[in-house]
Write a protein that binds this ligand. Structure first.
Ligand code: B12
Length: 250
């Protein structure tokens, strides 16, 4: 940070040294020529004082590198605008108590990874009992009825089941973003929910490694969660959003 506390650069050994570490693979055999190629490439990225600290032949004709280097660039963080999902983090017991006291019934949450996307781990991390990184999933919350439909679920199936279960929230996961498949799937789901008049009634949440709060809003979802999300983040946001909606209706 500078004197005003706004400007930052990468930090390694001493404050402001600009130290960065990068890794990449070159399609050439390991050796002095490959090492020089890695240094030239790093210099062309605008980085200075590059050192190859690892050169590993990973396959005939392919070499993996780890390079230390320095950047002279800085970022004025006061110029950065972020759109975060607004909620206060709550503990699971607090969330369950809040549901009992505020809604007086169990909340129904239905989730799936839609379209041809077969990546189940993200939605399972949020919904399944065992959860993720020591954070238990929504199935472990006694006041939440969590229905995880799994992966490769057609949008039509998810929308129909959400209506049938009178879900309070729809949780949709999209991991594969190749050829913008996620945009097509997520748009299709919103269209279906809108046609059925469900998009206003339910809280629509999308998640995945490439999902941002901005993208979620652009596509018509209420909130978007990316990498490193825990079940408690989603549950905290959900109960607060539902309570806000109830108080706006009163
Ligand atoms: C495991 C894996 C697979 C497994 C999936 C097994 C399974 N049952 O899920 C298999 C082998 C099947 C697979 C296949 C493919 N994969 Co794959 N896969 C991965 C890998 C290695 C890990 C993904 C993972 O499990 N992450 C762990 C979870 C916990 O993280 P997460 O998904 O980000 O979830 C977190 C958040 O994003 C968020 N979140 C996610 N969903 C939701 C939903 C809600 C509602 C909320 C609130 C939050 C949330 O919360 C989670 C917890 O914090 C990644 C690479 C990587 N290291 O990320 C590639 C990766 C995702 N795969 C990729 C690709 C390209 C494919 C294939 C197309 C490969 C191919 N050519 O066949 C196929 C596609 C198959 C298909 N039809 O979908 C690419 C995607 C690139 C892109 N941006 O599109 C990646 C990034 C690899 C790469 N670098 O190229 N894959």
């Amino acid at each position: 940070m500078n004197a005003k506390g706004n400007t930052v650069t990468a930090y390694g050994d001493t404050r402001g040294d600009g130290a960065v570490q990068l890794s990449f693979t070159l399609p050439m055999p390991s050796g002095e020529k490959a090492r020089q190629a890695a240094l030239v490439l790093t210099a062309r990225m605008g980085l200075q004082d590059a050192r190859v600290v690892l050169m590993d032949p990973i396959d005939p004709g392919f070499t993996y590198f780890v390079v230390y280097a320095e950047t002279r660039e800085t970022v004025d963080v006061s110029t950065i605008q972020v759109h975060e999902v607004a909620y206060e983090a709550m503990e699971p017991e607090e969330i369950n108590r809040f549901i009992r006291e505020t809604f007086g019934r169990k909340l129904v949450v239905i989730g799936a990874c839609i379209g041809s996307d077969a990546h189940t781990v993200g939605i399972d991390a949020i919904m399944n009992m065992k959860g993720y990184d020591m954070h238990k999933g929504l199935e472990s919350y006694p006041e939440i009825r969590a229905l995880n439909l799994g992966a490769q679920v057609p949008c039509e199936t998810l929308a129909a089941r959400a209506a049938e279960e009178k879900a309070d929230a729809v949780l949709v996961s999209q991991v594969v973003t190749q050829k913008n498949a996620h945009l097509k799937n997520l748009t299709r789901l919103i269209e279906l929910l809108e046609t059925e008049g469900l998009s206003e009634e339910m809280v629509l949440i999308v998640g995945g490694p490439q999902v941002t709060p901005e993208l979620a809003k652009e596509l018509g979802y209420d909130a978007g969660f990316g990498r490193g999300t825990f079940p408690g983040d989603v549950a905290s946001y959900l109960v607060q959003e539902l309570a806000d909606r109830e108080s706006r209706r009163e």
